[in-house]
Design a protein around this ligand. Structure first.
Ligand code: SAM
Length: 258
């Protein structure tokens, strides 16, 4: 029997209703190209596979990789690796171009959720959809609107790249072992209108990091280093980072990258 490993963020889903809801949400057509990050003992894997011709698994825990290899299930491909280093862009090249969807899904290890979300941005142009279970507090920040206290660097960067929707709240009792925090499921669809170059994206990272570096300070202070390239209104100079819209940050990134 597998003992849950804390260092790999192993909290296994066990609530049949929650599992059913997540799989219904992912709702893959049989020919979809899907990779599950962190299959664990298969709470999502088995019901997903029953709907799919093929399913790829990406798992860091060698014991679980061995477990899946032993199962010898048709259509399953097991990849041993760290999702933080995995080349999702190369993986997506295998996606069929006939209109079936390319999806990344998983009940993610909470200790790596933010870096993993940023890592996945590099593959966003070839991914159709991501469905993840995360810490509820992280999902709230991801979807927070400008002006709210949860609006943060994570909100701006991910909202610049994806449409996101919080779908489901999941209490600790749905897992074994139980995490200390609430969880939530988020659906992420890359924005079709995304048009930043790599240099502009890098500028967005810089200006957003600077704006949020001291949340309580006015942008006049936090964005001083960009004063030459950015024309801010008097109102904006007096605003705080959380009051600026994602679109406005994108305009600033474009101006800085010029
Ligand atoms: N999907 C299973 C479930 O819902 O019961 C397990 C979810 S558990 C929260 C997270 C899973 O991700 C574990 O299987 C863990 O070993 C795996 N994992 C942790 N860190 C990882 C990483 N860096 N790359 C790939 N998988 C990872």
């Amino acid at each position: 029997m597998h003992r849950a490993r804390k260092r790999f963020g192993q909290n296994f889903l066990q609530d049949a209703g929650v599992i059913y809801s997540i799989v219904a949400l992912i709702n893959p057509s049989a020919d979809a190209h899907v990779i599950e990050i962190g299959p664990g003992l298969g709470a999502l894997t088995r019901p997903l596979l029953s709907n799919l011709d093929h399913l790829d698994l990406l798992e860091i825990d060698r014991d679980l990789v061995a477990y899946w290899n032993q199962q010898n299930l048709a259509g399953l491909r097991v990849i041993e690796g760290d999702a933080l280093n995995f080349d999702f862009l190369a993986w997506a090249k295998r996606c069929p171009k006939n209109g079936s969807l390319c999806k990344v899904v998983g009940n993610l290890p909470y200790n790596i959720s933010s870096p993993l979300l940023f890592h996945l941005v590099a593959a966003a142009r070839v991914i159709d959809e991501q469905v993840f279970m995360l810490q509820a507090e992280v999902v709230e920040r991801m979807v927070a609107p400008a002006g709210s206290s949860d609006f943060s660097r994570l909100s701006v960067m991910l909202q610049a790249r994806y449409h996101m929707e919080q779908i489901l709240e999941v209490p600790p009792e749905a897992f074994d072992p139980q995490p200390k925090v609430n969880s939530a499921v988020v659906r992420m669809i890359p924005r079709a209108d995304f048009n930043l170059t790599d240099a502009q994206w890098a500028s967005l990272e810089k200006v957003v990091a600077a704006a949020f570096s001291q949340r309580r300070k006015m942008l006049r202070t936090n964005l001083q280093a960009f004063a030459e390239k950015l024309v801010l209104s008097e109102n904006e100079l007096k605003s705080r980072a959380q009051d600026i819209s994602v679109d406005r940050y994108i305009e600033w990134a474009k101006a800085i990258a010029k």
